[in-house]
Ligand binder design. Structure first.
Ligand SMILES: CC(C)(COP(=O)(O)OP(=O)(O)OC[C@H]1O[C@@H](n2cnc3c(N)ncnc32)[C@H](O)[C@@H]1OP(=O)(O)O)[C@@H](O)C(=O)NCCC(=O)NCCS
Length: 248
């Protein structure tokens, strides 16, 4: 089940540019989100020998250099064996430790479905609530390139202002939650909980069996909320990032 969720999460958040290298997936999206700008090195049935691994890593480094991005690898329990040791030996740093959290969606629920926003207004609200001057340039093409059903939803306060937004992506039995954010001035009032409950109701009606999300280990507030909503830590991942060349 974890591997299925891992594969669903990769499909749910594609890269703008994507090439495959012996089963690894190299993604580039102008640097927006680590996920969409890193190598997903899912292990194959037979592990690569050390020399091949080094060659493949060097090839990834060349590709990211040509994309003018730093070379990064997402490390999960499903990554190619020996990869992390190889990166460690090349001086790669570690960052972005995160948890994949999951919950089953079997039991019935009376939560109402959330209000759905069309993508244009959802992007504008996402930017405003995230305190960004404009939506990140690549967010719209990234969301549009999601190959499965998605829902861009919101919650309003009593005055009718959008105070919380999030996106759900349904891939067979797996339902992923992304881009959850509540107005900093309206947090801890239950808007996030209402949004997530609504998104889960949306997914249940469409036959999802489980929900997952990805959260930084350092994001205590969000993790606490997810635990209250029935999510549990399933597995961890982090990034290995190539050291910047020291200026001459
Ligand atoms: C994570 C986030 C979306 C939660 O949104 P939120 O609207 O504050 O969520 P809620 O209000 O439903 O829940 C937050 C807390 O408020 C509490 N709360 C809910 N209703 C409440 C009320 N009426 N009065 C007081 N507290 C309340 C909840 O119990 C919860 O407490 P807990 O964290 O101790 O369990 C928000 O913190 C956020 O936008 N963070 C920045 C972006 C981010 O990190 N996104 C998640 C990435 S994975």
């Amino acid at each position: 089940v974890y591997r299925e969720v891992e594969e669903a999460s990769l499909a749910a958040w594609p890269g703008l540019r994507q090439v495959s290298l012996d089963g690894w997936l190299l993604r580039a999206s102008e640097g927006y989100t680590r996920r969409a700008n890193s190598v997903q090195a899912l292990s194959a049935s037979s592990p690569a020998v050390a020399d091949i691994l080094v060659q493949r890593v060097a090839e990834c480094e060349r590709w990211y250099a040509s994309e003018r991005l730093r070379c990064a690898f997402r490390i999960t329990p499903f990554s190619e064996a020996g990869l992390e040791d190889c990166l460690e030996a090349r001086g790669y740093g570690q960052e972005g430790k995160s948890h994949v959290m999951m919950r089953p969606l079997a039991e019935p629920d009376r939560a109402p479905e959330p209000e759905v926003l069309e993508l244009g207004s959802w992007l504008a609200d996402y930017a405003r609530l995230s305190q960004l001057p404009t939506p990140p340039r690549v967010l719209e093409p990234l969301v549009r390139s999601i190959p499965v059903e998605r829902v861009t939803a919101c919650v309003r306060d009593r005055a009718g202002r959008v105070v919380s937004v999030g996106m759900g992506v349904l891939d067979g039995p797996a339902f992923g939650l992304f881009d959850l954010v509540t107005d900093p001035g309206a947090r801890s009032r239950g808007h996030g909980r209402r949004l997530i409950s609504g998104l889960l109701a949306w997914a249940r009606i469409r036959g999802a069996a489980r929900a997952y999300l990805q959260v930084l280990e350092s994001n205590d507030d969000a993790r606490r909320l997810y635990v209250r909503l029935g999510f549990r830590r399933a597995y961890d991942y982090w990034y290995r990032v190539r050291p910047e060349p020291t200026p001459a």
